[in-house]
Write a protein that binds this ligand. Structure first.
Ligand SMILES: C[S@@+](CC[C@H](N)C(=O)[O-])C[C@H]1O[C@@H](n2cnc3c(N)ncnc32)[C@H](O)[C@@H]1O
Ligand SMILES: [Zn+2]
Length: 164
């Protein structure tokens, strides 16, 4: 007897954008709910006490911040949504529901083989160093790529004028 469970609409594999990514395995219709962004919930402070998700890249993030400041850490009890990369002109969007759950939805019809992406709209608190700016460079490849995973790039750290 055929299973009543619908086949997953994505698979995870290596991505040209970064590391591993999620790719559509069939046509996904505009508006379709693809996957929940799951993980441990806590305050930002508690989540940032945990070990880095990638010690080789201190700016690698698996944290998703909700409108009330709660953070979902996909590094702890997370699911495959943790593999979805950022895109500046993405085919998906992350929608926060009234109950605080977050689901990734298709923003347009997505064809089999396309990489799934949504806009992370990351924020960075305080002045940004050159190292951080470089680490947060976007490689989504979109025509109108912002060049950064951040929604807005904060002002650079000021260099003090040399005193003679
Ligand atoms: C939730 S993970 C996505 C999965 C990631 N590709 C991996 O293999 O772990 C988020 C991290 O992936 C990287 N990433 C995602 N989208 C990117 C993009 N458009 N350009 C560059 N790096 C990206 C960044 O390091 C980001 O912090
Ligand atoms: Zn981009």
């Amino acid at each position: 007897m055929a299973s009543a469970r619908p086949k997953r609409s994505y698979t995870v594999r290596s991505s040209a954008t970064h590391g591993r990514g999620a790719f559509a395995t069939r046509t996904i219709r505009k508006g379709a709910r693809i996957i929940e962004y799951r993980g441990a919930r806590s305050s930002w402070d508690v989540a940032s006490e945990r070990p880095l998700s990638d010690p080789a890249d201190p700016y690698h993030t698996l944290l998703f911040e909700l409108s009330d400041g709660t953070v979902i850490d996909a590094g702890l009890r997370g699911n495959a949504a943790r593999w979805i990369n950022h895109g500046c002109q993405p085919n998906c969007e992350a929608i926060e529901y009234d109950d605080g759950r977050v689901f990734i939805h298709a923003r347009r019809t997505i064809r089999a083989g396309e990489e799934l992406a949504y806009d992370y709209r990351l924020s960075f608190v305080g002045p940004i160093t050159r190292k951080a700016r470089e680490a947060l460079t976007c490689r989504c490849g979109a025509k109108r790529c912002r060049g950064t995973l951040l929604l807005k790039v904060p002002a650079k750290t000021k260099r003090r004028a040399r005193q003679s």
